[in-house]
Design a protein around this ligand. Structure first.
Ligand code: PAF
Length: 286
């Protein structure tokens, strides 16, 4: 696996792969690799002759300086793990390569960025994500880019910007990878203390409870979410949000129908965790 630091180096490697007739796959990440990231990388390598993983902790998507400062970083460990997946290149640029002096352009996807994470993290969060992902796609020019379902709103936003800006890339969403107790894998899990780590799988148990009642035919969103709130209450978890929204538009639903995203965020001390599940409310009534 080669390690690349500049866009010029990346472009040389991508051009060489294309001249060999290989398809280019990109898995964008912020490092601190866990099995979820490794699954994205393996999928990129399975589907593309030349698979790139990017590692860039993007300052523009952090609204709190303390959150950026405590974000786990260990490029040495990440390099070893990425190599073992078989990816061909690790693109780990310095901040100055991504945001050179005088950088001012941003990408704003509008309404999709406002609910859920947008309420808690502010509009700058998804502006930062959309801007850096647009840049990474432009830098690497992949045929396929791989993102995780755990960040459902992010993935929806990326699909939208790719469509709206006519970017020539296919976006693949990969399933959330979970610990044996159901906790969604996240780089932030490493920051949980022992008691928070014990309580954190409650998020998945609450989502699963909502899924069960929707699968059983419940179409009233508050009644469906109540099943999850009851589980959260057993561990005194007050979520930042716990919502049933349209999986396509993220709009709140008066009645559960079609593909529904049940999304949750909660704080465990200083650590924020998010998770979600997709339910097909159509299948409940057919
Ligand atoms: O999901 C992430 O790790 C980041 O938000 C991404 C997509 C790499 C952009 O910085």
């Amino acid at each position: 696996m080669i390690v690349l630091r500049t866009v010029a180096e990346l472009r040389v490697a991508v051009r060489a792969a294309r001249s060999r007739g290989e398809r280019i796959g990109l898995a964008p990440t912020m490092g601190a690799f866990h099995d979820g990231h490794l699954a994205l990388m393996r999928r990129a390598k399975d589907e593309c002759g030349f698979a790139i993983v990017s590692l860039f902790v993007n300052p523009a998507q952090f609204s709190e300086a303390a959150d950026l400062a405590r974000y786990p970083r260990d490029e040495g460990r990440d390099t070893v793990l990425a190599t073992a997946t078989g990816v061909d290149a690790l693109f780990a640029p310095p901040d100055s390569e991504v945001y050179p002096r005088g950088f001012t352009t941003t990408v704003d996807v509008g309404a999709l960025a406002l609910p859920l994470e947008g309420v808690v993290r502010g509009p700058e969060h998804f502006r930062g994500v959309a801007t850096v992902v647009t840049k990474l796609l432009s830098m690497a020019q992949p045929d396929v880019a791989f993102f995780g379902q755990k960040d459902a709103q992010q993935t929806l936003i990326i699909r939208r910007l790719v469509r709206d800006l006519d970017l020539p890339v296919r976006v693949e969403t990969c399933p959330t990878v979970r610990e044996p107790d159901g906790l969604a894998m996240s780089s932030r899990n490493a920051l949980l203390d022992a008691e928070s780590r014990r309580r954190a799988p409650t998020l998945w148990r609450a989502l699963s409870a909502v899924r069960r009642v929707v699968d059983g035919g419940e179409t009233n969103p508050s009644r469906a979410l109540d099943a999850g709130h009851a589980i959260l209450a057993t561990e005194r978890i007050v979520p930042e949000y716990f919502a049933a929204v349209s999986a396509e538009t993220l709009a709140p639903l008066g009645v559960l129908e079609g593909e529904v995203l049940i999304a949750i965020a909660a704080r465990f001390g200083a650590v924020r965790l998010i998770d979600n599940v997709l339910v097909d409310a159509r299948s409940a009534r057919t």
